[in-house]
Every structure is written in C-alpha cells, then in structure tokens.
Design a protein around this ligand. Structure first.
Ligand code: 0O2
Length: 213
C-alpha cells in the first residue's frame, strides 16, 4: 500500500505535463477546425471531448498487461494518460482530419490504428493515433504522449453505448455483444448513406453554381 501511495504521489507530480499537452492539442485542433471553416465554409468537427485517465484506470490497464504500477511503466506503456476524441459529421471528414494532423509540424504521430477500415470484432469503429506534443514547462521541455480518437457521430454513438453495456461490463458479454455487433453494422450503413447524401448535395450545389454563372 505504501509503495502504491508513493507511485500515486509521483504520478500527481508528472500530470502537469500531460494536462499541458492536452491543452495544446485541443487548441491546435480548434485552430484546424476554424481554418477549415474559413477555407471550405463548413466545419468538419462536430465536437471535441478531452479526457484525463484516472489513476484507478491506469492501474487497471497496467494490471491487465501484467505490469506493476510504477511511474516508469506508466510513462512507457500507458499511451492514453490524456486523450482527445474528435467527433466528425462524415467518414470523409475523419480521413481529411487524419491527413491534416499527420502533416502538422506541432503534433507528431507515432502510432496509428485504423479501426474504421478494420473494425474490431466487437464492432468498434474509430481511428486512433498516439501522438507526441511539445510541452515547455519552466524547467523542462518535453515531448508528451497523448491519444487522439477520431470518429463519426454514428461510430461515437455505438462506442459510448458499448462502453456502458459491454466493453467495461462484466455482464454484457454473450447476447449483448452479439446484438451490439449487429447495431454497429446498422450504424455503419447510416454512415454510408450519409456519405451518399453528401455527394448528392455536393453535385447539386456544383450544378447550381454552374447555373448561376
Ligand atoms: P477507456 O476507459 O475508454 O480509457 P495502445 O494505445 O496501442 O497502447 P490500447 O489502449 O489497448 O493500446 O489500444 P486501443 O485498442 O487503441 O484502445 C484504446 C481505447 O479505445 C480504449 O481505451 C477505449 O477507449 C477504446 N476502445 C477500444 N476498443 C473498444 C471497444 O471494443 N469498445 C469501446 N467502446 N471502446 C473501445 P481503454 O483504456 O481500454 O478504456
């Protein structure tokens, strides 16, 4: 218990750099969204959520991976001490944002998981990136790890409900998981239909602009 308390205290001491990284990331993504709105006249980001992982959740994740709760293990193996979730309207917005982030000189992408092209067996769809964000504190200049999750509203709806009913539940396995997989496919169809509608609307607008000229 004494050892855990010591590590918890150390964790508290390093949180400032993670919280700072999260602030930088959120600001940079808001800048991208504003610029997008200015250039393309619409905003690809519906909303952004930030998250700081609780100490309890960090310890649980280490245990799951058979790792002791030490500050070294936290910094080395927990990539999502802080995270940001970006919710977009359409799948095409998700992929456009991914490219913008990959081209950033501020955010450095070090790991990617494309659960949109390759959904998880559970039905989970989302694009994950582990990034490094430069943080300048008074006595320290460091690159800090953070997680970015990007997905559509439909993917987010599914993930939030799955998180409550299945992913973090001891009871949700079996029939609940099966039905959630079916719902994930249904929501994917909605994303596909919305993409068709977006193309239709684009074509109609271009034709209309042509008429005006
Ligand atoms: P919580 O409570 O949401 O924080 P890595 O990042 O590569 O070191 P990790 O963390 O296993 O390894 O990677 P992965 O697969 O990218 O998952 C990271 C996060 O994605 C999870 O964090 C969840 O938030 C989310 N996630 C992954 N799979 C599922 C799923 O099947 N359903 C739902 N609802 N969310 C999922 P945590 O820490 O596990 O949980």
């Amino acid at each position: 218990m004494e050892a855990i308390n010591q590590e918890l205290e150390k964790l508290d001491n390093i949180m400032i750099k993670y919280i700072s990284a999260l602030k930088i990331l959120e600001t940079q993504l808001q800048i991208i969204n504003d610029d997008f709105k200015y250039i393309k006249k619409y905003n690809p980001i519906e909303h952004i959520k930030t998250r700081i992982k609780s100490a309890e959740s960090i310890i649980h994740k280490l245990e799951k991976n058979n790792l002791d709760f030490t500050l070294e293990n936290v910094e080395e193996y927990i990539n999502d001490i802080v995270g940001i979730r970006i919710i977009c309207s359409f799948p095409s917005d998700v992929f456009e944002l991914i490219n913008i982030i990959k081209n950033s000189n501020i955010i450095k992408v070090i790991k990617e998981k494309d659960y949109i092209s390759n959904p998880k067996k559970s039905g989970y769809r989302s694009y994950h990136m582990i990034v490094l964000v430069p943080v300048e504190l008074i006595n320290e200049k460091v690159m800090v790890k953070a997680e970015i999750q990007i997905r559509t509203m439909a993917m987010d709806l599914w993930a939030s409900l799955d998180h409550k009913l299945n992913y973090k539940s001891e009871y949700g396995k079996g029939v609940v998981s099966k039905r959630l997989r079916i719902i994930s496919d249904e929501l994917n169809k909605i994303d596909e239909e919305m993409t068709e509608l977006l193309c239709m609307e684009n074509n109609l607008r271009i034709a209309n602009e042509g008429d005006v000229v």
